[in-house]
Design a binder for this molecule. Structure first.
Ligand SMILES: Cc1ncc(COP(=O)(O)O)c(C=O)c1O
Length: 415
């Protein structure tokens, strides 16, 4: 269905042309939307052959759908993978991949920060099925090596980590995982394939919440996994088909539309976030700023090697929880909402929202999420408007809570 693009190098070109259906349907420039649950077999023999895997062809939209398949191929192309598989949500993709890779008694080693529901999933797998997991500070490769066990089957990483924005060296972690017989799974939601391609740094599988930057407009819930074709073929007929977190064709169509502008949007998210982070760094009521784009970031070399840009996410702290609450209740342009990666700037409080499911001690001591941490998904509005909004909201916090000399305490703060 999609054209062959071995000769095209540019991400921008691929993101527009990989989903090109012209040869098939009326010359339609955009991908046709196949809103169908099932597919009519021309005869009983063909139906049987498709079920037996002896003939290609559609069977039922919980297994495959032509619109969704175009997105799967496009995502594989953009991530540099053999194949892609679409899911009904980011959590659908993460759970299907992990469940396919592990069994009772196995161990999963994770970065010391994970999206709250991923942590919730791991807790459920532990409590119900005896799957063990540990969080480890992946800034220190000796610790990663020491935390590997004979039963470690998966090393699971977010980078930059949600919401602390710590960056993990993927190739170094991949080498340790592979030496220990484990596979590396990377959640690339914060970066998208435009800014980071984990498979080129040793990852085996990449998962996405396509709800975020890939869709880009805050109008859908979806997930994608990319990796080796044999593994994803197996997933299609096991954890996708039998658990059933399948992507609807309309969602695939919207994401295909979204990724045509992914490079432009990501460039602007990066530019805007840089300006907002600079503003936050110099603000007296902001005590810490965590942003991979900081000039003096301690992981600057790694960031330059692994990421094309620093992304649109910023985390920061004001001195008290009450101050954070005042800030979130005072923004006018930014919207108080979870999720991220869309045109609208979104602000939220991880300790009481996205990461509330993580026990407070794990959240504070192992993940480094302070109670006062605020997460900002910088949108596509004019940066001066975003800054003006934050400025008026910060002004509502009653006491000046920090002086310039108090700043720069956080591990990624560069003020
Ligand atoms: C980093 C990350 N991974 C996965 C998810 C889950 O994605 P979804 O909400 O599409 O299930 C999220 C959601 O916020 C996320 O931030």
């Amino acid at each position: 269905m999609a054209r062959e693009f071995q000769e095209i190098q540019g991400f921008e070109t691929k993101s527009i042309h990989t989903a090109d259906p012209r040869s098939e349907v009326f010359g339609s420039l955009t991908v046709p939307l196949y809103m169908t649950s099932t597919y009519v077999f021309p005869n009983a023999e063909t139906g049987g052959a498709r079920f037996a895997g002896e003939e290609p062809g559609m069977i039922y939209s919980r297994i495959a759908n032509p619109t969704v398949e175009v997105l799967e191929k496009a995502m594989a192309e953009l991530e540099g993978a053999e194949a892609g598989l679409a899911f009904g949500s980011g959590m659908g993709a993460i759970s299907a991949v992990l469940i396919a890779m592990i069994k009772s008694g196995d161990h999963i080693l994770c970065s010391d920060g994970l999206y709250g529901c991923t942590y919730g999933l791991l807790t459920m797998l532990k409590e119900k099925f005896g799957v063990q997991f540990d969080l480890v500070d992946m800034a220190d490769m000796e610790r990663v090596r020491a935390a590997m066990r004979p039963e470690t089957k998966v090393v699971y990483v977010e980078t930059p980590i949600n919401p602390t924005l710590k960056v993990v060296d993927l190739q170094a972690v991949a080498d340790i995982a592979h030496a220990g017989g484990a596979q590396l799974v990377v959640d690339n939601t914060f970066m998208t394939p435009y800014l980071q391609q984990p498979l080129q740094h040793g990852a085996d599988v990449v998962v996405h919440s396509a709800t975020k930057y890939l869709g880009g407009h805050g109008d859908l819930i979806a997930g994608v996994a990319v990796g080796r074709k044999a593994f994803l073929d197996e997933l299609r007929f096991s954890t996708l088909k039998d658990i059933g977190a399948v992507m609807a064709p309309m969602e695939a169509w919207l994401i295909l539309r979204g990724i045509k502008t992914l490079s432009l949007r990501m460039e602007r998210h990066c530019e805007n976030a840089k300006k907002v982070a600079e503003f936050l760094h110099q603000h007296p009521k902001v005590t810490n700023v965590y942003f991979p784009g900081d000039e003096n970031h301690p992981q600057k070399d790694l960031i330059a090697r692994q990421m094309r840009g620093s992304g649109g996410m910023i985390a920061f702290e004001v001195e008290t929880l009450e101050g954070g609450r005042t800030l979130m209740n005072s923004v006018r342009l930014a919207q108080l909402a979870v999720s991220l990666g869309e045109a609208t700037t979104l602000i939220q409080h991880p300790a009481s929202m996205t990461h509330a499911v993580v026990p407070a001690d794990v959240r504070r001591d192992e993940m480094g999420i302070a109670d006062g941490l605020v997460r900002l998904s910088v949108g596509l509005e004019h940066p001066q408007d975003i800054i003006a909004d934050l400025e008026q909201a910060l002004a509502k916090i009653s006491e000046p809570v920090a002086t310039g000399s108090d700043k720069g305490k956080g591990p990624h703060s560069a003020a």
